[in-house]
Design a protein around this ligand. Structure first.
Ligand code: 3HC
Length: 316
């Protein structure tokens, strides 16, 4: 059979909503697109454990701690299902991880922003997991069987994540003045990065048109972004908080919210690894090396330990 015939049979299957399975013939570009997207997705789940993992020991109550641990563990599970699903396309997990480490493979821009307060755990759950679900529910119907099936479980867990985040913010929004301020501040910092998570606008997205044709994507980046903004603009009212966008306004004619301009320069900088988190973390690390702070800290800690040991021996 010629390549053209094979491609026609393949596209017919997709048009008829028949899933493509690992042993089916598929165009090389379809395979590569899936590897790129699924591995980026898996890396995002794993890297996404880091900012929240930092807050497990600082969660304010036992209930919050247990919930946060469960959420972070879920993200690890999502990464594993997704790596397994990418492996069915003929790439090994080692290869994917080394592509992440070398910077060849991307992960979601959102995880390059720092988590500076407890309210950030709420804002991440509500906004970041909320944006992730908006994008991931349609992925349960994507054309590649192993990816679509993995997404069913991922989405169930993500909706718990979104609710736990909203509930954290709801409690803070009904708390003291300081808690309300912390809540608003976290929303202000996480709003625009979450809006950007959907990727570049459709006019600047090189992959959307082909991925829609192959039904890897069911909606474009801008369509999903608009749905997310419409939902959040209503939900924020329940918190008695605001979204940091003076241009956010209901447009009755369109049946959607209009919103302000997105800072795409920031988006591409963050994707390239120059996000606020990378920058601050890197600067702090370099400074600590340069002025010898790490060595001093280690020496002080060692001296303190020795002193404690000595005083314990005396007591005994
Ligand atoms: N962060 C980093 N890179 C991004 C990005 C983002 N938020 N959005 C797009 N990009 C990259 C693309 O990977 C692509 O890079 P490449 O050409 O070098 O490979 C480039 O920008 C152009 O974007 P396109 O829109 O043309 O790319 P896609 O068609 O792949 O669409 C996507 C981007 C919508 C993110 C799509 O890949 C997708 O739906 N991926 C699956 C879902 C996913 O990865 N979500 C990440 C978040 S998961 C998560 O947050 C965990 C949760 O627990 C919170």
């Amino acid at each position: 059979m010629s390549l053209i015939e094979l491609e026609k049979i393949f596209q017919d299957k997709i048009d008829k909503e028949i899933r493509i399975e690992p042993k089916d013939w598929m165009p090389e570009k379809y395979r590569q697109t899936l590897i790129r997207q699924i591995s980026q997705h898996a890396h995002s789940e794993i890297v996404g454990m880091l900012p929240e993992g930092n807050w497990i020991t600082r969660a304010p109550t036992l209930r919050r701690k247990v919930t946060l641990i469960a959420k972070v563990q879920d993200e690890a599970g999502h990464g594993l299902y997704l790596y397994s699903s990418a492996e069915t396309l003929g790439i090994s997990r080692d290869e994917m991880v080394s592509q992440l480490n070398s910077g060849k493979a991307k992960y979601s821009s959102i995880f390059n922003y720092p988590t500076t307060s407890w309210a950030d755990m709420g804002a991440i759950g509500w906004l970041v997991d909320g944006a992730a679900i908006m994008n991931q529910v349609p992925l349960c119907r994507n054309s590649y069987g192993p990816y679509a099936r993995a997404m069913v479980r991922v989405c169930k867990e993500e909706s718990f994540h979104q609710r736990q985040g909203f509930e954290i913010l709801l409690v803070l929004s009904r708390g003291s003045e300081a808690q309300r301020k912390m809540c608003q501040n976290a929303i202000n910092r996480w709003w625009w990065p979450s809006v950007m998570m959907f990727g570049p606008g459709d006019d600047a997205s090189p992959h959307t048109a082909q991925s829609m044709k192959w039904k890897i994507k069911r909606f474009t980046n801008d369509e999903l972004r608009q749905k997310f903004i419409d939902i959040c603009a209503e939900q924020v009212k329940l918190l008695g908080m605001t979204l940091p966008d003076p241009d956010l306004k209901w447009n009755a004619a369109k049946g959607h919210y209009d919103f302000g301009a997105i800072d795409w320069t920031e988006f591409w900088n963050v994707v390239a690894g120059n996000g606020p988190c990378n920058k601050e973390r890197l600067e702090a690390r370099n400074k600590a090396h340069d002025d010898g702070a790490w060595v001093r800290e280690a020496a002080v800690a060692y001296a303190r330990k020795q002193k404690d040991k000595l005083s314990q021996t005396k007591v005994a």
